[in-house]
Structures are given as structure tokens and as C-alpha cells.
Design a protein around this ligand. Structure first.
Ligand SMILES: NC(=O)c1ccc[n+]([C@@H]2O[C@H](COP(=O)([O-])OP(=O)(O)OC[C@H]3O[C@@H](n4cnc5c(N)ncnc54)[C@H](O)[C@@H]3O)[C@@H](O)[C@H]2O)c1
Length: 316
């Protein structure tokens, strides 16, 4: 295994950047955050320690290591200060291709020659993100799920010119942070997770707007239905186990025709008109009246419990 990074620089101190920084600090790694907006940097100064310490309460980190990591958590006053001595630069600025191209153009000029450069993009092809970099061999996407300090899955999406060594290094460092990297074989827009999320969400929105079900009931149908099953076995294994000893061969014989009938009726729209957007957001806000912080804390408690249960099931 390659040495662990001596310093990580996170560029962009929003939801995702603070999550990456909390994750690094929780592992005792020195991490610095740079945000081009002064209020973003101020928010990171309080958000990162809060989110890092919350991991102790959720039994995802130990207090001693967290406090050691937080002693070495800093906010950089410039991109140069953040990046110049970092082994790993994690970009987490908004999902805007031109902005990402510009920031990587600047990062490349000040980063060490052997630094790994990764983007947190949710779906922009890596060849576009790194288009302005002269050296793309050390550049790739490592797409986390929200919140990055809790959900272990990270999509690793190399560009055609990314070196095999950079892909290995990224995966090793992610594993050292307790992440579970999955490697994409093709850099498709939306990657894999975004495409699955977009397909499921379109169907969920359609059912709500069509009046088939209310938001809270729909969310329960997903969380306690397919998503609960998928947490234990992905969709293909689920169906392999759904037709007795006959496995997926029997399942396909017995149920594919039903699925084909439903596929023919699923929503295929590609835009939500302003009126539909209003109806959707109103329905969601009516269903969830508590403030966002309370909702997020409760969600994180459930995530912590699910992760602990899955880990226990793996070791018994
Ligand atoms: N929010 C999610 O659920 C989620 C999940 C996975 C991946 N992502 C991806 O992560 C990235 C960041 O998303 P987010 O939700 O944290 O965004 P955000 O808007 O919450 O935060 C972005 C931060 O970047 C700062 N910023 C903007 N331009 C900058 C620059 N040039 N240099 C330094 N800082 C700059 C902004 O001030 C802001 O604080 C996006 O690419 C997004 O698609 C988001």
C-alpha cells in the first residue's frame, strides 16, 4: 500500500467538502479546507468539527483520533495555501463544468507534481472536468454519496487518460478512510449511482404527482421496501433469491412478462414543468415539517444504526 497522505486539501467548503473534511479528520488525517467565499469558509470552521464529533456519537469514529485530527484541521486563506503541500486535493465546488475546469486549471499550477487530484462531481464526465489540465494522468472523479462521512460507497470514475497508478492510489486512500470504492468501467454521464437515483426518483415523483400515493407513504414504501432489501442484497441478487431454488432463471421465466408490462407504463418524461415543481416541493414540505437540521440528525442516526447492523452481520 502507498503511504497515507500527509495532508489533504478540500476545495469548496459546502455540504460535500465539509463531509470529506470531517471524514479525513475522523481518521486523524491533517486536512485543510479552502472556500472562495468568506462565509463558506466560516461555515466550514464550525461545520467540520461538529460533523466530525457527531461521528463519535454515531459510533463511526473514536474520540481520541477525532480530536487528534481536528487539531490539524485548518482553513486556508487561498487556493495556493491549501494545495501547495497536499498529497491529495479533493474538489467539492458546485456542479458546474466550466467552474470545475477553471479550478482544476488553477490547482494544477500550484499542486505538487505527485499530488492526486479528485473531483466530487455527481455526474460530469471526467474528461470534461479535467479538460484544462495538461497532466490528466493523476486526475479522476471520486463521487461520494451524501453525507460523505457516513455513507461508505464512493464511485471511482477514471478518465481515458487517468493512470492505473492514480486509480489504485485513490482506491487505497478511500479504503483507508473506511470507504467502499466501486470502479466504473466507462465514464458515462451521471455515472451509475446518479442514473439509478434519477430513474427511481422520476418514478416516485410521477406516482406522487399522479395522486397514486402521498409523499410520506411513498418514502416509506421505498425505505422499508426495495431499499431495505437492497441494503442487504442488490437488485440482481434480490431477484436471484425471489423464485425459490430456481434462482434468476426461474424468476425471469415467471415474472419478466409482468415487469415488461410495467416497463411499458413507466414515466418517461424528462422535464418537470414549473407548476409540477411547485406541486412537488409543496407536497414534500407538507410531509416534513421539522427543520432541516432535525431531519438530518434523525436520518444520520438511522444511517449509523444501519451501518452498525450491516457490519455486525458481516462479522457473524
Ligand atoms: N449535495 C449532494 O448531495 C452531493 C452528493 C454527491 C456529490 N455532490 C457534488 O459535490 C460537489 C459539491 O456539492 P455541494 O452540495 O457541497 O455544493 P455546495 O454549493 O453546498 O458547496 C460548494 C462550495 O464551493 C464553494 N466554491 C464555489 N466556487 C469555488 C471555487 N472556485 N473555489 C473554492 N470554493 C468554491 C462555494 O462557496 C460553496 O461553499 C458538486 O459537484 C456536487 O454535484 C453533491
Amino acid at each position: 500500500m502507498t503511504a497515507l497522505p500527509q495532508k489533504v486539501a478540500v476545495i469548496g467548503g459546502g455540504d460535500i467538502g465539509c463531509g470529506w473534511a470531517a471524514l479525513c479528520a475522523s481518521a486523524g488525517w491533517p486536512v485543510t479546507v479552502f472556500d472562495s467565499n468568506a462565509s463558506g469558509l466560516e461555515r466550514a470552521a464550525t461545520d467540520v468539527p461538529r460533523r466530525t464529533r457527531a461521528l463519535v456519537a454515531l459510533e463511526r469514529a473514536t474520540s481520541g483520533i477525532v480530536e487528534r485530527g481536528l487539531k490539524e484541521f485548518t482553513q486556508a486563506r487561498s487556493l495556493l495555501q491549501a494545495v501547495q503541500d497536499a498529497d491529495w486535493v479533493i474538489e467539492a465546488i458546485p456542479e458546474d463544468m466550466i467552474a470545475k475546469q477553471k479550478v482544476f486549471g488553477s490547482i494544477e499550477q500550484v499542486a505538487r507534481a505527485d499530488a492526486l487530484l479528485t473531483s466530487s462531481s455527481s455526474g460530469i464526465p471526467p474528461a470534461d472536468i479535467f479538460a484544462r489540465c495538461r497532466r490528466q494522468d493523476r486526475c479522476l472523479v471520486t463521487h461520494p454519496l451524501n453525507p460523505p462521512e457516513l455513507i461508505p460507497l464512493v464511485e471511482v470514475v477514471p478518465a481515458a487518460r487517468t493512470s492505473a497508478a492514480a486509480v489504485v492510489q485513490a482506491q487505497e486512500w478511500l479504503r483507508a478512510l473506511g470507504r467502499m470504492p466501486i470502479l466504473l468501467k466507462k465514464p458515462i454521464p451521471g455515472y451509475v449511482v446518479g442514473r439509478i437515483a434519477a430513474a427511481v426518483w422520476r418514478q416516485c415523483i410521477d406516482l406522487v404527482l399522479d395522486g397514486a400515493i402521498d409523499v410520506d407513504q411513498l418514502d416509506r414504501a421505498v425505505s422499508l421496501g426495495p431499499a431495505l432489501g437492497w441494503a442487504a442484497a442488490g437488485p440482481h441478487l434480490t431477484y436471484h433469491l425471489a423464485a425459490g431454488d430456481g434462482g434468476v432463471t426461474l424468476f425471469v421465466q415467471q415474472l419478466l412478462a409482468s415487469f415488461e408490462g410495467w416497463w411499458g407504463q413507466l414515466a418517461t418524461w424528462q422535464r418537470l414543468e414549473p407548476e409540477q415543481q411547485r406541486a412537488l416541493t409543496q407536497s414534500i414540505e407538507r410531509a416534513y415539517k421539522s427543520n432541516i437540521e432535525q431531519l438530518r440528525e434523525a436520518r444520520d442516526r438511522r444511517l449509523g444504526a444501519i451501518l452498525r447492523a450491516l457490519e455486525q452481520a458481516r462479522t457473524t
